[in-house]
Design a protein around this ligand. Sequence first.
Ligand code: 1HE
Length: 263
Amino acid sequence: MSTANQEPISYELDGEIAMIGLRRPEKRNAVSDRVVEALNLAIERAQDEAKAAVIFGEGTHFCAGLDLAEHMQKPLIGAVMGSRRWHRIFDGIERGAIPFAVALQGAVVGGGFELAAACHLRVADETAFFGLPEGQRGIFVGGGGSVRIARLIGAQRMGDMMLTGRTVSPVQMEVWGGVNYVVPAGTALDKAKELARLAAQNAPMSNYAILNALPRIRDMSSEDGLFTESLMSALASATPEANERLRAFLEKRTARLKAPDAE
Ligand code: 1HE
């Protein structure tokens, strides 16, 4: 059980994978200013020393979103600055140097969903439920959800969740595109680690391009996107790492791809 004085974010380097835990289960991992700043330090450290990272929440809920008690005390400008701070920090996840997987269980609510949406590989276990209760609370998303969640599941589905306050099951969320993997209860962290380890094996320049070129190209016109793709592609191919990996394939030193259900 965490205490008020304990760091609200845990950090551990497990081989090449940084394990970053939301450690405030007694408040359902609600995100206060202290939490978001500690998360930022952990993200920066992970980018320096890991090849991929996993974000998870301690306890039975991933994250209850914005710390509403702290939010209530903030002046208007504090709310704006706080939201902008979340944007910068979550942007450091989405468009950083290493891929982030996220393991989801229980409540994935408001800012918790926004945090998950900034990650690249989303795994939910069967206990997960997704909610955007901002309308019920009289507020609005502020952690990038109107951009990231709307693009993942569609603005009209996001609007439906916010207008009605309804919660969505992980299976439904997978159909909607909000998560990519649904796993048995209690196994999301293992699956997220497995995926992070796979992504960590890619060439760093390929991962950089996936994280930084893909979302920008999505925001471009087709013509600009295709042009940027060609430049990015040539740049990645020009690295010594690409040369060695291509040679390894041609010399039959690498495993062949298999169909998904093949042993
Ligand atoms: C909190 C928060 C919080 C719990 N801020 N303190 N988020 C929400 O509107 C979700 C609000 N939370 C819930 O609906 C429920 O807490 C849960 C479904 C997540 C979990 O329920 P339960 O019954 O296990 O826990 P609980 O008894 O409600 O909460 C335990 C404690 O955590 C309790 O404090 P205590 O001192 O009475 O023990 C709660 O007050 C506290 N707690 N959630 C502060 N969110 C950048 S903009 C993003 C905008 C949003 O994120 S809006 C969504 C906010």
